[in-house]
Design a protein around this ligand. Structure first.
Ligand code: PLP
Length: 379
């Protein structure tokens, strides 16, 4: 009997924020004594009523595999954008939907496209990971101009799409970790370039609900009608349902149907579905969350700028700060129970990303950074 050759090593998993138990043990810290600035979620915590809704879930019952009630509520939430339930799929975090997209579009690329994805980098690492797991290749267009806050040139993006003909093009808007926001007109231009090669544009709007500039940028209405655009939203981030994981996509009905056949039944658990229904019904929550983000951002930018630390402009609920040796500062802060994201894995080893928690937590972080800075100033 012939044994088939061993599979080549699987691609490495992407690096993510969040506090890991192994590091807490190494540092002798308890999670409840730490503050996590390395994941960027709503500073308000979950909306009122979520805890009660979760407690009322019958743990002996399977969740609805179709998330019907939540899908209806999401469609109603976006009714002004022309969204109906056939335009929505709910996932176990938007990350699950990223993987469904790469399985579908990289696994069976459209006739005139390559099994590849164009990524506008530096950006969220899961796109790269998901494309590679699906057997695709990754092309990148990297923003390097710090004086522009790492903005991309839209025409360079359209040229790259025409040359590479990727099955998927990913744009994170606002972008993780740079905070760059592309305007809707730019995205519409890119979507036309994508449509002309027969591919699909994925606009990951994980942070857009917490952005004051969302009205100029969000593409949900375009996605519902266009056929070549998918908009991703993260309720994990919008409503701080971080431990539950919840996200959704809006796209044309054929795109949603193609994703739905690949999704494992029950992947969105019953607690997340119940929490999502309460969250989306709380129509005042996001406005309050944006106000809290603005207050925290002002605090962080002001305090770090006073220390001579450069903070890049951001349209999101995190701040990218240029600090010299990011790994060293991150570790110094971690020993104090304050976790920020070292951006080395994004190709920015001199930057940290600070997820905006409530202003009093941000003030504690700024105090600790000042302490470290004064002990060992960086260039
Ligand atoms: C740009 C972006 N998209 C999606 C996600 C994942 O969100 P979810 O919890 O909805 O899977 C993250 C998490 O850091 C992210 O930064």
């Amino acid at each position: 009997m012939d044994l088939s050759p061993a599979n080549p090593d699987p691609p490495a998993r992407p690096v993510h924020g969040g506090i890991k138990e192994a590091e807490l043990r190494e540092l002798g810290l308890r999670l409840e004594d730490c503050l996590d600035f390395s994941a960027s979620v709503s500073p308000l915590g979950p909306p009122e009523g979520v805890a009660e809704a979760i407690a009322a879930v019958d743990l002996t019952a399977y969740p609805d595999p179709h998330c019907l009630a939540l899908t209806e509520a999401i469609a109603a939430h976006h009714v002004g954008d022309g969204v109906s339930i056939g335009n929505v799929i709910v996932g176990n975090g938007s990350t699950e939907i990223i993987h469904l997209l790469t399985r579908a579009w990289i696994g069976s690329p459209p006739a005139d496209c390559n099994p590849s994805a164009l990524l506008l980098t530096p950006t969220y690492g899961e796109y790269d990971g998901a494309v590679r797991i699906s057997g695709g290749s990754v092309k990148t267009l990297t923003a390097t101009r710090r004086s522009d806050g790492f903005a991309w040139d839209t025409s360079a993006v359209t040229v790259a799409i025409a040359a590479e003909r990727p099955a998927l093009t990913f744009i994170c808007n606002p972008n993780n970790p740079t905070g760059v926001l592309m305007a809707r007109e730019q995205l519409a231009m890119i979507a036309d370039a994508v449509a002309s090669v027969g591919g699909l544009l994925v606009v990951d709007e994980a942070y857009i609900n917490l952005s004051e500039r969302r009205a100029d940028a969000d593409v949900v209405a375009l996605a519902a009608g266009h056929g070549s655009i998918v908009a991703l939203r993260s309720m994990t981030k919008d409503y701080a349902l971080t431990a539950l994981r919840l996200g959704y996509a809006v796209a044309s009905e054929p795109v949603i149907a193609r994703l739905a056949v690949l999704q494992p039944d029950w992947s969105v658990n019953g607690l997340a579905q119940a929490a999502g229904l309460i969250a989306i019904a709380d129509t005042a929550y996001l406005e309050r969350a944006r106000a809290a983000v603005a207050a925290s951002r002002n605090c962080v930018v002001e305090r770090l700028s006073d220390l001579g630390i450069r903070c890049y402009p951001t349209a999101a609920n995190f701040v990218l700060a240029q600090v010299g040796d990011a790994g060293r500062l991150r570790d110094d802060l971690a020993r104090r129970g304050l976790f920020v994201r070292d951006c080395t894995s994004f190709g920015l080893p001199d930057c940290i990303r600070i997820g905006l928690r409530p202003a009093e937590d941000c003030a504690k972080l700024a105090d600790a950074i000042a302490e470290v800075w004064n002990e060992e100033p960086q260039p």
